[in-house]
Design a protein around this ligand. Sequence first.
Ligand SMILES: *[C@@H]1O[C@H](CO)[C@@H](O)[C@H](O)[C@H]1NC(C)=O
Length: 307
Amino acid sequence: MLEVVTRPTMAFLYGSALFSFCSMLNVVQVCSLFLRPISRRLFFEVNARVAGSMWKVMQMIMEKRHKAAITFSGDKIPRNESALVFGNHRSFVDFYMFHSVAARRGMLNYMNYFAKDSLKYIPFYGWGMWIMGILFISRNWQQDQLKINKLFAQILDLQAPVWIASFLEGSRLTPSKLAASQKFMLGRGLPLLSNVLMPRTKGFIACVNKFRGSHVKCVYDFTFAYYHKTKGFGVPPNLVRVHTGQLSPEYKFHVHVKRYLIEDLPTDDEKLSEWVVQKYVEKDAFLEQMKESWTDGIEGGVWTEKW
Ligand SMILES: *[C@@H]1O[C@H](CO)[C@@H](O)[C@H](O)[C@H]1NC(C)=O
């Protein structure tokens, strides 16, 4: 019987199950609104747990049920530490990669995303993310600014634990996006990157400036890499594939993290922008090396970690 269930059908089933779960969680969220006047902290915590349980279910499907083989390298991240986090963006699977570390460091409940508005329209998953309160960024800066300021004020006011995550490239890496980005790099005399797009630094700089001197003291720079048994480097499973059967040994996943203190970053906006670009230059070189030898040449070693 199981063999006749096609992959899209299975993804559809998982999708609707997750969406139903999400909608149920949403009921809890709506109920928690009554808590807000009593305790904003408790309201925050309830909503964090609700969102966290959604991420946890998704992560368990990928890592435990479908046995995704994820390796890690770079800096050891402390537990329970708030941070601004960014990573390269190739696929929807990048969310799972952020979560692989967040789950192991007690931060899965505290993910906050800036995501592109169009993600909202992915059937089930996008809707779920929308319900989960992902901050979708439109092109309307004023509207976005209001939403962002409200969120940040709340985080600062409650000294709430957070990972504020974004993909600074603005969109997923595709051949056409890369070609356009490279044209831009050449035109501006910027370094030519071939494994990532040129990052947009404005939003990140605003973020750093907002949290300087607060309880959010760190920036984590993530690099995600994917490997497919026959298609090779840079090929992640798609959303359907994540939900249809064992991922190992067909796919390999790698997460590299660098940790920086905000107080050590340049205070000048221009210099901070250059710093971000420099991180993407390093990311590009790192990925270029991984393209050659996967995790073999990584300095400081590679490890796996139970979750
Ligand atoms: C992290 O937070 C959890 C839950 O609040 C707590 O139980 C745990 O002891 C904390 N761990 C560290 C290392 O602070």
